[in-house]
Design a protein around this ligand. Structure first.
Ligand code: SF4
Length: 58
């Protein structure tokens, strides 16, 4: 799966990092993707949890 974060939308809540720290990290108050290509299901969970729909996992 490909993982993308829209930094314009991200409010830095940290939810994606909490549930899936292998794939996401916070840098300067925004989420960054550490694993742009991943098989980890938690990336998909993070997509569902993000309060501003900033995560796309396909
Ligand atoms: S869950 Fe969404 S808003 Fe929160 S840090 Fe991650 S990408 Fe940003």
């Amino acid at each position: 799966m490909k993982v993308e974060v829209d930094k314009e939308k991200c409010i830095g809540c940290g939810a994606c990092v909490s549930i899936c720290g292998d794939v996401f990290e916070l840098k300067d108050g925004k989420a960054e993707v550490k694993e742009k290509e991943t098989s980890k299901n938690c990336a998909k969970e993070a997509e569902g949890l993000c309060p501003v729909d900033a995560i796309k996992v396909n």
